[in-house]
Design a binder for this molecule. Structure first.
Ligand code: TXA
Ligand code: MG
Length: 319
């Protein structure tokens, strides 16, 4: 077992990564479990630490749009426009890959998922390493994505040497993933940038992928995902629920006067979906640590960030 150290040094993190080790990194969405994207050995470690099937490809993180040609080629105009507008930021683009990117990163596909994360410490790190970082969310496969260094320590203690502590993640849900079909954008995963925002920028409607394309399991294709260990269910309206003993509740705003405060989370007392998204995984992880009989969450309004949150909540509730 390794000793896992938490710290704020991008230099330490870079040295470990250059030596082929894994480091947990902060991003604006969730923490990532990073390794040198150009090292097959480091990438293999990512799959094994996460217990992630090798059929599920990783996102490659780069320092800036200028590094895109290191990993991708034949970049559609729509992708260039999205990257120019939203990077650094929570938008992942799936593009034809360069041969420099090993098959293990992309699960044998000829496309690579890539983004520039919007976090000062991780951007500093990427500028020191000079190589891109392959990084899935830093949770064991199927568990909830960590949004603090502490969450990472809870989930991966003893499995990685270093957690780069960049504080609490700002947006709190994973990046939006966009692929391209004949140059046209297709949404592969709802995420921190609502689809309408991307559509408004491009001036076109973005189709939502329904099916597995190219034989690959897309982000949304694993039905059960993001799951707490405690039995978890979803309701439409928390105010209609009769609270039970030893149950945790997560709603947007609903508050019962007689349920203990630590068992009921209001994700945003003012109904702000950005605030709610920032608090969602924290709430799930905390309640999951209490040894309850069950956790009940309320569906969010199906608009803006609520769409990505509902996608995660539905997958967490899937059996
Ligand atoms: O916000 C995020 O995207 C975070 C931070 C760390 O960047 N990362 C993240 O990674 O959510 P992960 O591995 O948990 O989810 C990435 C998703 C996977 O579901 C994978 O199937 C999909 O991206 N993906 C990766 N490469 C792909 C490709 N070439 N084609 C289609 N989907 C791909
Ligand atoms: Mg993940």
């Amino acid at each position: 077992m390794l000793k896992t150290v938490t710290g704020k040094s991008a230099t330490n993190a870079a040295a470990l990564l250059a030596a082929g080790e894994l480091v947990a990194i902060p991003t604006e969405t969730v923490y990532g479990l990073a390794g040198n994207a150009f090292s097959k050995k480091a990438v293999a470690k990512i799959y094994s630490v996460k217990k992630r099937p090798r059929s599920n490809p990783l996102i490659v993180h780069i320092a800036s749009i200028e590094q895109l040609p290191l990993v991708a080629k034949k970049i559609p105009v729509a992708a260039q426009r999205l990257a120019a507008a939203f990077w650094p930021g929570p938008l992942t683009l799936v593009l034809p890959k360069k041969d420099t990117v090993a098959a293990i990163v992309t699960a044998e596909q000829n496309t690579v998922a890539v983004r520039v994360p919007d976090h000062p410490l991780t951007l500093e790190l990427l500028n020191i390493t000079g190589f891109p970082l392959a990084a899935p969310s830093a949770n064991p496969f199927n568990y909830i994505s960590p949004v603090t260094a502490k969450h990472v320590a809870l989930q991966l203690n003893g499995l990685i040497p270093y957690i780069l502590d960049g504080g609490r993640c700002q947006s709190g849900v994973e990046s939006t993933i966009i692929g391209f079909e004949k140059g046209r954008p297709v949404l592969l995963r709802h995420g921190a940038i609502p689809k309408e925002v991307l559509e408004a920028h491009l001036g076109v409607k973005i189709k939502v992928a329904k099916k597995i394309t190219g034989g690959v399991k897309q982000p949304g294709m694993f039905k059960k995902h993001y799951s707490p260990k405690t039995p978890f269910s979803l309701v439409e309206d928390m105010s209609q629920v009769n609270p039970l003993f030893r149950t945790g509740y997560i709603s947007l705003q609903h508050k019962w006067p007689y349920v203990p405060a630590k068992l009921q989370v209001q994700l945003s007392p003012t109904g702000n979906l950005a605030e709610a998204a920032r608090n969602l995984y924290e709430a799930l992880i905390r309640l999951d640590g209490l040894g309850l009989h069950s956790i009940v969450a309320e569906r969010m309004p199906d608009e803006g960030l609520g769409v990505a949150m509902n996608d995660r909540l539905q997958k967490a509730a899937a059996r």
